[in-house]
Unconditional design. Sequence first.
Length: 195
Amino acid sequence: MKRERGAVLIIALIFLLLLTIVAITSSSRSLIQERLAGALRNAQQAEWSAENALRGVEWRIFTGDASLGCYNSSNPGTVSSKVTTFRNASTWVTAGATEYKGSAVSLDYSATTTDTTMTSATLAANPWYIVEYLGQDRAPPSTTGAQAEAGSGGSTTARFYLYRITARAVGGSPNTIRVVESTFVTPNLFTCTLS
């Protein structure tokens, strides 16, 4: 009995300390992975929301929705400061823009739903967009060759109108912002009412 000095107890305590360190390390890694997954989810939500707004506005332009307001940016010297700020700001900006609420103009993507059959993600805010009129273009030529590639020789009677649509959206967190743009060509001309 006198020769036993508690060596087993010391070894058990060392193993217990090692197991505790391993457990703390693995739990902190799982927390980091959970945060990374949440950030990726927010980024995807923001991207999808901005794309949804972009395609919805393109559809409204295509169908000739007369209630759609736009900025006249056909002359580079007349681009509104609101347009420049909306397109380039690194923070959430809505000044001069229109809130997108779906094709029926009545959806609220930031509202929580009480419908148990519908499980959709709630956004921190609805997407916002602006439409810019960029000018007029002639119809593409029906010939091939150098004239067609240079963009000349098209019909002078058929006209197409160029619009740039910029959409901004956030995901489930207001800290994740996505901005997407598209240039859309249509035979419909809108009167630009925004300045």
